[in-house]
Write a protein that binds this ligand. Structure first.
Ligand code: MEV
Length: 334
């Protein structure tokens, strides 16, 4: 039986190794975190498709559907209208594939994460919206199906995206991603004691992906070697995870940060946090995600508190996280 109201939650994601190079087919390792995005999709009695965002400390937006056509009527600025376009595209792709009328639908987005801080909020919105709307129209999708549609949502909205964030948000846990070849959840039970910090972003992920592409175009022989080295780091990191070798994981994070610097995606504030975290005892620290501001992760077994203070002193906000092993799930329906 069809539900009238469904809520799905999808976790945010930290990128442990391999961001940017993963766009060029290199492997990456990412971990789902226990804070994420909640999307509620409910039937209403009118003809409109309304997308609202709650608790984001930004105004809501409304998009109206008339006679089956969607007219974008965005009453908002930057980040929120972006989030709404991921939710809208998710509903569109599901309804194109499986049927379902988009009229008379209200979508509510709630976040436990700072939006746009590089913790995969757009992937989590896409994944949660696909899961919630599919359940509303009574279509059964596996987490792998949701990951694939979620990736199509990101590709449609952004133009370029690897499957890393959407796969990790859908499936949960620690994921090894090799685009087009392999998508594997790692069986590691190793606790990865991370301090996560973030600063405001100067550039979006898609702008940074374009920058890296331009650098690659200009110096192909050089950048190719950087990408290959990041790929090699990921393979070493896989071995270090299997051996529960924190020291090696930290060192590999530091080398990965150096190569992200080489690609031009770190900035002064991020690098400052990275150095302060290392000085406070972190075994390794790097930016996580697209860069240009956004998230930093520091591997800090036994010194989490000290490293968190250092991140704050360096101007970052700290978010307390743990791993999530559940991935996207339906929380509630009736
Ligand atoms: C963004 O979270 C990570 C990037 O590698 C882009 C992507 O994988 O689509 C920069």
């Amino acid at each position: 039986m069809s539900a009238l109201r469904v809520t799905a939650t999808a976790p945010g994601v930290v990128k442990l190794f391999g961001e940017h190079a993963v766009v060029y087919g290199k492997p990456a390792i990412a971990m789902a975190i226990n804070k994420g995005i909640k999307v509620t999709v409910e039937e209403t009695n009118d003809d409109s498709l309304v997308i609202l965002a709650k608790d984001l400390s930004v105004k809501g937006i409304a998009i109206r559907v008339t006679g089956g056509l969607i007219e974008g009527n965005v009453i908002d600025d930057g980040q929120l209208s972006k989030l709404a376009s991921y939710a809208l595209t998710a509903l569109r792709l599901v309804s194109e594939r499986y049927g379902g009328d988009l009229r008379g639908i209200r979508v509510i987005i709630e976040s436990q994460l700072p939006i746009g801080a590089g913790l995969a909020t757009s992937a989590a919105v896409s994944v949660a919206a696909v899961a919630a709307y599919a359940r509303l129209i009574n279509v059964k999708l596996s987490k792998e199906d949701i990951a694939k549609i979620g990736h199509s949502v990101e590709l449609t909205v952004q133009g370029a995206a690897s499957p890393m964030d959407t796969a990790t948000s859908s499936i949960g846990g620690v994921m090894y991603i090799k685009p087009g070849i392999e998508l594997k959840r790692l069986s590691t039970s190793l606790k990865i004691p991370l301090v996560v910090g973030y600063v405001e972003r100067e550039l979006t992920t898609s702008e940074l992906v374009k920058r890296v592409k331009a650098l690659y175009g200009k110096y192909p022989a050089v950048v190719e070697k950087v990408m290959d080295s990041i790929g090699a780091i990921v393979d070493e990191a896989l071995a270090a995870l299997n051996k529960s070798d924190y020291v090696a994981l930290g060192e590999l994070m530091n080398i990965n940060q150096g190569l992200l610097e080489a690609l031009g995606v770190s900035n002064h504030r991020l690098s400052n946090i990275v150095y302060m975290a290392r000085r406070a005892g972190a075994l390794g620290a790097k930016l996580s995600g697209g860069g240009g501001g956004g998230a930093v992760i520091a591997l800090a077994p036994g010194v989490e508190d000290k490293v968190a203070v250092a991140v704050k002193l360096a101007g970052g906000e700290v978010i307390l996280i743990d791993a999530d092993y559940e991935g996207v799930h339906i929380e509630d329906y009736n």
